[in-house]
Design a binder for this molecule. Structure first.
Ligand SMILES: Nc1ncnc2c1ncn2[C@@H]1O[C@H](COP(=O)(O)OP(=O)(O)OP(=O)(O)O)[C@@H](O)[C@H]1O
Ligand SMILES: [Mg+2]
Length: 389
């Protein structure tokens, strides 16, 4: 039994999710129990700074270094805050993504060896693990995406192997759909869990990013998200626009694929706004239309890239709280049960944080974390750098 803390702040840049878990077993016999969990919202100024950097603001290396350490400090505080009364042996910190560039596969294929291709991906997470280890006094694993990317992979999604052992079902085909800033799916066909070769996964596109940007735009920043999707639910989606937006190359690209705020961020939203103006959409209609794009892009990707539709979709991440989005997903997938991971006993709010605790635990034990058929990496690899306090 090992007590591990998982830490992540995703592309929504809303705050740090921390989960303290007790892990037993390793793979097929993996069991995880959440003992404590909390989300620590970012201070407003820090959040703005991160979002600016994500949107491509030019900053000096000195400023980048300061931000890196400010984040390591915040991540450590988040870890220590949930540790009271426990003795965690290990931290798995994903950090804060500020840049994600998927590999350019077209160019990569032309090269003889992906390793020598200039078109590898690149992904930068701030909040350096070495500092977290020093500040907390706890062994820390960080920088989980780097090895997969160096081996030609997308470096994302990282959680499918964890999902397989915690959420696979013997008779029901499941999709685990995380709706963070960006959406990502793990497809778990009904099976004996020892066979992980038929698992699939990819980033589906926008999760909450466009919705959050729209709400902030419409309220001049006084609201950061549409609680439960209530505002969006009063609008009517413009299907012509949704159909047009779905023609975008990312949605039509066959997995492996990953994305980030670089594609579905501020500039993308500005284009949506401009498109919406031509249709004279009301505020709620804009939100409903962006919700429809989010839902339809998820469902279309299942229809296009899975061997068949799942029996169940288990939602997690903050977007699983958006009842209107959930309703639209259900409407677009008649016959499929759309649930949350809470309903099968795994915290929807902390599933991603928990997954990085497991990935750190695997790294520590010398067990690989990525699935090459999901990320496109040449092989299964140990994920993350280990930092001793
Ligand atoms: N009650 C709610 N109703 C609607 N949306 C919500 C609600 N609660 C949270 N959210 C959305 O969830 C977002 C935060 O979700 P989450 O923390 O899972 O995303 P993330 O940090 O991008 O995670 P990751 O990228 O790691 O999956 C918020 O920005 C908001 O858009
Ligand atoms: Mg978050």
């Amino acid at each position: 039994m090992t007590c591990v803390i998982g830490l992540i702040s995703g592309t929504s840049v809303d705050g740090i999710d921390a989960a303290l878990v007790e892990i037993t077993g390793t793979e097929v016999d993996l069991r995880v129990e959440v003992l404590a969990a909390a989300t620590t919202p970012y201070p407003t100024a820090l959040r703005k700074q991160i979002l600016d950097v994500c949107a491509g603001a030019a900053i000096s290396i000195a400023e980048l270094a300061e931000l890196d350490d400010a984040l390591a400090y915040e991540f450590t505080q988040a870890a220590l805050a949930i540790s009271k009364g426990y003795t965690p042996e290990l931290i798995g910190s994903h950090g804060q993504t500020v840049y994600h560039r998927p590999p350019n596969l077209e160019q990569g294929k032309q090269g003889k060896n992906l390793l020598h291709s200039p078109q590898l991906g690149y992904s930068l997470q701030l909040g350096r693990g070495a500092l977290i280890a020093q500040l907390s006094g706890i062994l820390t694993v960080s920088n989980f995406r780097a090895n997969d990317i160096a081996a030609g992979g997308q470096g994302a999604p990282m959680v499918p192997k964890v999902d397989a052992y915690l959420l696979g079902h013997p008779t029901r085909h499941r999709c685990i759909q995380n709706i963070g800033g960006i959406g990502n799916v793990t497809y778990l066909p009904a099976q004996n869990q020892t066979d992980i070769s038929s698992i699939r996964g990819w980033d589906t596109g926008p999760g909450n990013t466009l919705l959050d940007l729209a709400v902030q735009h419409l309220t001049n920043g006084s609201l950061t998200y549409d609680a439960d999707g209530r505002w969006a639910s009063t609008g009517t989606p413009c299907n012509t626009l949704v159909e047009r937006w779905l023609q975008q190359e990312f949605f039509r690209t066959t997995p492996p694929k990953s994305t980030g705020r670089e594609l579905f961020g501020f500039d993308y939203f500005q284009q949506c706004l401009a498109d919406a103006q031509a249709f004279q959409l009301k505020e709620a209609d804009l939100l409903a239309t962006l919700t429809e794009l989010t839902a339809a892009s998820i469902v279309d990707s299942y229809k296009n890239f899975l061997p068949g539709m799942p029996d169940e979709v288990l939602l997690c991440g903050g977007g699983s709280r958006n009842l209107y989005l959930k309703q639209r997903l259900q409407a677009l997938m008649a016959g499929v049960s759309v649930l949350t991971t809470d309903e099968v006993g795994l915290s929807a709010d902390f599933k991603e944080a928990l997954a990085f605790a497991v990935l750190a635990y695997w790294r520590h034990l010398g067990i690989t974390g990525n699935l090459p058929q999901v990320t496109g990496a040449r092989q299964s690899l140990l994920l993350g750098d280990i930092h001793h306090p």
